[in-house]
Design a binder for this molecule. Sequence first.
Ligand code: GTQ
Ligand code: FE2
Length: 366
Amino acid sequence: MIEPEFERLYEDMGRNHIQPLWRAESSVMPSEPAPKTIPWIWKWSQLSSLARRSGELVTLSRGGDRRALGLANPGLGGFPYATATLWAAVQWLNGGEVAPAHRHSAQAVRFMIDGEGAYSTVQGDKVYLERGDFAINPPWHWHDHGSEGDGPAIWMDGLDVPLNNYLDAVFFEQGTKDVQEVTRVVDGSVLKYGLGQLRPAWEAPCQEYSPLCTYKWTATEQALNNLAKVSASPFDDVAIEFTNPHTGRPVMNTMTAWVQMLRPGIHTKAHRQVNSAVYHVFEGRGATIIAGVRFDWEQGDIFVIPSWAYHEHVNASKSERAILFSIQDTPVLVALGKYREEALATNGGHQETKEVFDAERTLAHR
Ligand code: GTQ
Ligand code: FE2
């Protein structure tokens, strides 16, 4: 019951588009993050068949120039956003197809899932992509992709589209030619910068984003195997971050990317961070317990860990490794002074698993 003069005050405020903080405090400033993004998983069985069907039905042309299936987190009100800051998609190119050149202020990374003869040309720099290769697409760089093989090329896209939109920083431009002229030696960025610890002596270091356009899977796998001989994280096991070889910093300003090897039998401890992440299961099977719910995953699946949700990873196999690729918005939080992380202090660092994820039940309870 509110007294009439209070009611009148609030009505008059409302008419003047004013809201009193004392009535909105808990929604404006809750005691800790209350993300709209929810933990979710998209199964590869669905993703791959929907992508394949799109490949049969949908042609690539100017206007609808990318056959990318955007993952829409059910917590985000129908937007095709995987988290509040990150776009994630499965992109499918049929053999012989070209996704025509364009550029945008959104920053992009790609992780190759399958395909032979796939290429990406970024600002005249053409690189061939194989399974497990990681590629970056800095902001406002022209890019076209294609599959020169007979079969499809399939990869996961990660972009900062939701953040870019929220910040009203969107620019987009269509190229005049579908395929850019290749102005450098093919695979040139790998040849030039691919060894990381050595760079061309006459060039200044590249600060804004990584000069290396593609991180080859063979190098990534070797780094994982080497690191496993030395040490591992209690929370993430053998985890490596792609970095700009000139600065040691993440490859992009708004996004970083990791690859993790969960060794056979590993069950990591739980922690949580102020950042959101989208994970792709590159290899193996296992489970991630997110905020007390167990998400079982297998090769190809994509899942989301929202901000400030406790999570721990399990590889129950006795003999097979599991490999996870992820994109994370951490560089934004760090740059803005908002990053935090915390280990779970109770129960030996493990959550109590309340249930196994069930999509229908989750949606029914919302
Ligand atoms: O391949 O250029 O998933 O521009 C979303 C936007 C992919 C791309 C996406 C894009 C692209
Ligand atoms: Fe693009």
